[in-house]
Write a protein that binds this ligand. Structure first.
Ligand code: GLN
Length: 480
């Protein structure tokens, strides 16, 4: 069946099929994405940089498809967008910060090695909130990205450039990173599927660190099937990241295709009325398809956000201390060594980054570490235990991904706490290390715009397959 859809609008699975059926070439697919990116990037600012085509990689991918056919990896010849905090050898990786404006990666991240081995191609590096701190890309040092569904609104963040690029069909799919929701929230705001894998499922080697006990790299894609393709390619143990887990972990313990969906209704009272309606309608549809709804309580969830905003800045302040103007990053010279530090950090870091460094340094300081950091770690353990208990009575836990659809530029920039509330449903998966997915669940109206919203599912550690099952049930994909 020949599709009349423009090539850049293809999903990974559609493009892989078209390449094998010789309906298009790798070069044509690359050109379609690149042309779309060149046409729309001035408006959307999704890409910080578009790369020149790697002719050798394009030729090699085409040859592999021609000779291996179905046996060639699904990602062979597929053009992707890569978040600016994931290292590609020889390319700049700035984490959207002035601090790393000229930093050229001297090695490939493990995920990039794996994508190269599969024959994937890289269109460019995409915008993000500085060092992945934020929910809108408004904290990028290079200007915000825009939401293709309404360019007066944010695409979400911090992987907002990834989401904007894929939603505007300027890439077939993208990689992002997720420390507290940075893949799932922009996926929800842009109508995409986004996965935060189990902590340790995907190597963090070559990802610029933010919160090391929370960070994971993952995909933003047009379909659940595409997310599965990317996850299966990226995951696996890596001796260069000692927190990665072994392959055998991913044999799903969930039997059959009908799942028990835990719904913590008391926790979602604050969401917008139309988001709540769409959420309930989606659950009703899943119930009609044979899934079971289970009422659950997660009383500690109300503390997840404050716990996250203690632990995450603590880890960020530690990770960012290396950018001191001496060892790494922008180097300014003052009258004394202290002036060197102050001038480099003042000029190199944006205001949100500085705020988090201050917060993190405060909660780790000797007078306050017990009151804040250690208490937050204790609460994190309670949260983990509570989720563990919940998964005795259900296979997945459902929330809306965000309380509201994409907001307008400037709406939350003067109120950090309002911005932090964007993450209320997403941070727990990072604190517990559990995998979580956001899948489109419909559209809502705001003023003149029709905007996508997402449904969010969390599963027990290593249960990505279960998330793909429930995600496919929502999108209607015949995956299982
Ligand atoms: N929005 C969250 C924050 O600002 C999440 C960031 C992330 O996941 N990288 O910290």
């Amino acid at each position: 069946m020949t599709s009349t859809k423009p090539l850049n609008e293809y999903s990974i699975t559609e493009a892989a099929r078209a390449l094998r059926a010789h309906e298009c070439t790798v070069r044509e697919l690359w050109d379609a994405c690149m042309t779309a990116a060149q046409a729309r990037n001035a408006e959307l600012n999704a890409y910080l940089e578009l790369f020149a085509p790697d002719e050798d990689a394009i030729t090699a991918a085409q040859k592999r498809i021609d000779t291996e056919g179905e046996a060639a990896p699904a990602l062979c010849g597929i053009p992707l967008a890569i978040k600016d905090n994931i290292l590609i050898k020889g390319q700049i990786a700035s984490a959207s910060s002035k601090m790393l404006a000229n930093y050229e990666a001297s090695y490939d991240a493990t995920v990039i090695e794996k994508l190269k081995a599969a024959g994937a191609l890289f269109l460019g590096r995409v915008n993000m909130d500085e060092f992945a701190m934020g929910s809108s890309t408004e904290h990028s040092a290079y200007g915000p990205s825009r939401n293709p569904h309404d360019p007066s609104r944010v695409p979400g963040g911090s992987s907002g450039g990834s989401a904007s690029a894929v939603a505007a069909n300027m890439a077939i799919a993208a990689l992002g990173t997720d420390t507290g929701g940075s893949i799932r929230q922009p996926a929800a705001h842009c109508g995409l599927v986004g996965l935060k894998p189990t902590y340790g499922a995907v190597s963090r080697y070559g990802a610029i660190a933010l919160g090391s006990s929370l960070d994971q790299i993952g995909p933003l894609t047009k379909t659940v099937a595409d997310t599965k393709v990317l996850f299966d390619t990226l995951r696996g143990q890596d001796e260069r990241d000692s927190t990665t887990t072994s392959e055998g972990f991913y044999a799903s313990r969930t039997q059959g295709n009908t799942l028990r969906i835990g719904v913590p209704r008391s926790f979602i009272e604050g969401v917008d009325a139309d988001v709540k309606t769409a959420f309930e309608e989606t659950l009703t549809r899943l119930e009609a398809a044979g899934h079971t709804l289970v009422d659950i309580e997660l009383p500690t969830s109300t503390y997840a956000l404050p716990v996250y905003y203690v632990i995450m800045p603590a880890e960020a302040s530690t990770n960012l201390s290396r950018y001191d103007g001496i060892r790494y990053g922008l180097a300014k010279r003052g009258a004394t060594l202290l002036d060197d530090y102050i001038e480099s950090k003042t000029e190199g870091f944006g205001s949100e980054t500085q705020r988090r460094i201050l917060l993190g340094t405060f909660v780790l300081s000797s007078g306050y570490i017990d009151a804040y950091y250690r208490k937050a770690e204790a609460a994190r353990n309670v949260l983990r235990a509570e989720y563990g208990t919940a998964f005795e009575s259900c296979d997945v836990i459902a929330f809306p991904t965000t309380p509201s659809p994409a907001f307008k530029f400037g709406e939350k920039t003067n109120d950090p706490v309002a911005m932090y509330l964007e993450d209320i449903f997403t941070v727990t998966a990072n604190l517990t290390g559990m995998p979580a997915i956001s899948v489109p669940m419909g559209m809502v109206k705001r003023e003149e715009s029709t905007l996508p919203i997402g449904i969010h599912f969390t599963a027990a550690h290593g249960e990505e397959e279960t998330l793909f099952k429930i995600g496919a049930a929502v999108t209607g994909e015949a995956l299982y």
